[in-house]
Ligand binder design. Structure first.
Ligand code: ZN
Length: 184
């Protein structure tokens, strides 16, 4: 990530792409490219829902660190769009969060945002802006305020919308909380 400078957003983008392409040690292996399941502890799920609720009616966003398909940490980001229908992350903040994930010895498992009034299904815009092939796109829906929904997807922005979305089941493990999770 040393190539990124504050003045050059393209370097930042290249930094992300390099990270996503597996240059960094924390990127997932090719074999992990298509995960069959993403596992969240109840604490992680609660943390995602809490962030969604805290930002409502605007969308929240952030990144999820993990190991072996299991989420270990939620890193909140600022939705610079401050909008109920879209999200945007500042590139410098993205780099800081990636560095935090790397420092913790985790992988970038997912990129999350909330849908405060619609289902947890990627929008066309979500697909168009999905530059990470190896990260899961996690969506928290508050459409039913009493029953939040968390779903996860691989998004392939180069494909037509109908073919761009592959869902990966989210398993919420209520029996254990993750001892590797920082904080608390
Ligand atoms: Zn969305």
């Amino acid at each position: 990530m040393g190539c990124a400078t504050d003045a050059d957003p393209f370097n930042v983008v290249r930094g992300w792409r390099k990270w996503d392409a597996g240059v960094h040690r924390c990127a997932v292996s090719q074999a992990d490219l298509e995960r069959t399941v993403i596992s969240l502890s109840a604490d992680i799920a609660a943390s995602l829902i809490a962030h969604a609720r805290a930002e409502a009616p605007n969308e929240c966003c952030g990144v999820i660190g993990g190991r072996d398909g299991r989420a270990t940490a939620v890193h909140r980001a600022t939705n610079t769009a401050a909008s109920p229908v879209m999200y945007a992350m500042d590139s410098q903040e993205q780099m800081r969060l990636l560095a935090a994930i790397e420092a913790a010895g985790d992988d970038l498992l997912g990129i999350y945002h909330s849908h405060t009034r619609s289902a947890a299904v990627p929008s066309r815009t979500d697909v168009q802006l999905a530059f990470f092939r190896r990260a899961l796109y996690v969506i928290i829906s508050l459409a039913d305020a009493n029953a939040p929904v968390i779903r996860a997807f691989y998004l392939r922005r180069e494909k037509p919308y109908d073919e761009a979305i592959t869902e990966v089941p989210v398993v919420i493990d209520s029996s254990t909380s993750d001892p590797t999770r920082p904080g608390r």
